[in-house]
Design a protein around this ligand. Structure first.
Ligand code: MG
Length: 158
């Protein structure tokens, strides 16, 4: 009746890219580098959704060699991933995630991200959790060279 899934994603942060996170645009002097809009949080949630049902991963369904996904809005990838879940007869119970990021501070954007994700996944905002931590200046995250997101989901058979 229940399935759990886990996802993780990494992207470089570079000057001159728009910063998309959790489906929204955040003003910052750097953005994540990638084939799509490089939204690490949405990518981690996609992988968790796919993983819960053994459906592979985001790279399998939306390859970065496919020009259809160049600059793609990751909200579309999330919607398509959830359609695969629904086609298997499952729905989301809840999702919990953590973003590892040194800067900028994102707390004031979290509820907007939760609402965007909840709308796509057809759940209430309270069913979507987004947490964030710095790495205390340690590693590539601490040097503001990259961003990481992890996500876990619980699915229930409809
Ligand atoms: Mg990614």
């Amino acid at each position: 009746m229940f399935r759990i899934g886990q996802g993780i994603d990494f992207h470089q942060l570079v000057e001159g890219r728009e910063f998309w996170l959790g489906g929204i645009h955040i003003p910052h002097h750097k953005g994540a580098l990638g084939h799509s809009d490089a939204d690490v949080l949405l990518h981690a949630i996609c992988d968790a959704l796919l993983g819960a049902l053994g459906l592979g991963d985001i790279g399998l369904h939306f390859p970065d060699t496919d020009m259809a996904y160049k600059g793609a809005d990751s909200k579309i990838l999330l919607k398509k991933s959830y359609e695969l879940v629904q086609a298997k007869g499952y729905k989301l119970v809840n999702a919990d995630s953590t973003i590892l990021l040194q800067a900028p501070k994102i707390r004031k954007y979290v509820d907007e991200m939760r609402q965007v994700i909840a709308d796509i996944l057809e759940v209430a905002i309270d069913d979507i959790s987004i947490k964030a931590t710095t790495t205390e200046q340690l590693s590539f995250v601490g040097r503001e060279e990259g961003i990481v997101a992890t996500a876990n989901v619980l699915l229930q058979k409809v």
